[in-house]
Ligand binder design. Sequence first.
Ligand SMILES: Cc1cc2nc3c(=O)[nH]c(=O)nc-3n(C[C@H](O)[C@H](O)[C@H](O)COP(=O)(O)OP(=O)(O)OC[C@H]3O[C@@H](n4cnc5c(N)ncnc54)[C@H](O)[C@@H]3O)c2cc1C
Length: 424
Amino acid sequence: MTPSSGQHVVVIGAGAIGVASAIELLRDGHRVTIVEPATPGGEQAASYGNAGWLSTHSVIPPAEPGAWKKVPKFLRDPLGPLAVRWTYLPKALPWLVRYLLSGWTAARVEATARALRPLLRDAPALHKKLADEAGAGHLIERQGVMHVYPSRAAFDADSLGWNIRKLVGVSWLEISADEMRQREPDLHPRYQFGVLVEEAGRCRDPGGYVASLAAHARALGAEFVTTTAKGLRLTDGRPVSVLTETGELSCDKVVIAAGAHSKPLAASIGDRLPLETERGYHVMIESAETGPRTSMMASDAKMVVNWTDRGLRAAGQVEIAGLEAAPNWKRAEILHDHLLGMFPKLPRDLPPAAIRSWFGHRPSMPDGRPCLGYSRASRDVVYAFGHGHVGLVSSARTGRVVAQLIGGRETEIPVSPFDPKRYL
Ligand SMILES: Cc1cc2nc3c(=O)[nH]c(=O)nc-3n(C[C@H](O)[C@H](O)[C@H](O)COP(=O)(O)OP(=O)(O)OC[C@H]3O[C@@H](n4cnc5c(N)ncnc54)[C@H](O)[C@@H]3O)c2cc1C
């Protein structure tokens, strides 16, 4: 890697994307300042509460052909796995239309899968390397993940996604009902079929991992400024400063990686991008003694169950209700009910203090692809947000690509499908 001329790069946001980018920029010899109002890897970030899947096969965008038929249900059932709050509908409508259109045909879904696959393909290995460097190698495990279905027919009903996964090079093992009983003795026997994706991995503590990467960035020389960025100031098409709640920070280049909060920052230099929050939840049973042997997704509940160092975590739900609305904790209760349904030996009489609930914001573009590329106004401003459901798994590769974009080098994967200009 060629050492760069060592410019001053301000990275806005210290979630998984921001800290991975900062580390790669430091590696290139830049001076790096990270602007973050809260604790890196803290509960405010999606990177804290996610399911911890390093799922190299998560290449299928959220909307698939025919998703429009489910729209009445999204609106009618406020507690379904995907729900849109009525009061937010007028604001969300343009995003929802684009969301449905982006998955309108199998060809469009396949195009996104082909774009995402290089971003995700070797994520567990990249994360392992990064985590080892940060002294947190134990948090990354490469043991495969499983999707469990009530029946083979239920899996077949998902065949569009699995066929496209196969086309882009994902392979898996099918798990019969008997084998499932042996592998997962505590799982409810109604799950009769499974798919094991051996190449995928998992993170044992996403928040702790991001905190470790932030500490590593600091050790490599990053400076942290605890404040909120409000916008960018450009002069003659170049960023001269980042405007913050506590003053201006001068800079040569900027990376916007503030997750679901990135929209006004891009808008401050004229780029109005359709970034929305897909709000999600988790519940965690801290002292659970039973659960999955392999991290798994229940196809019926659309929920991932993963052991973390903080407890047994069930994460999922998509709620379109904006950044401001209060969480609906009934959604966390639904996850808890599903978890008890999946693992009947889990205790049902735990005191509320033994169950932790969390809510956060997936930063989502309508087409399920991140914005990873230059702003319209300046190639000295790089956008790295909108990673939706795959922000943890893709963060290690994203960090490398951000450094390549900032350095004006060729990127190691094709980034044209992620170009923010597709929406401008
Ligand atoms: C329930 C759930 C389950 C998920 N499961 C998975 C999974 O298993 N695997 C996976 O890969 N992905 C998963 N995701 C998605 C993943 O968590 C996100 O895509 C990813 O964390 C986004 O990272 P980020 O760094 O872009 O944003 P964030 O982690 O949200 O970080 C953004 C940071 O920017 C800071 N910030 C905000 N505004 C400003 C500002 N104005 N100035 C400065 N800083 C600011 C915030 O404080 C925050 O620390 C899940 C998400 C949810 C909600």
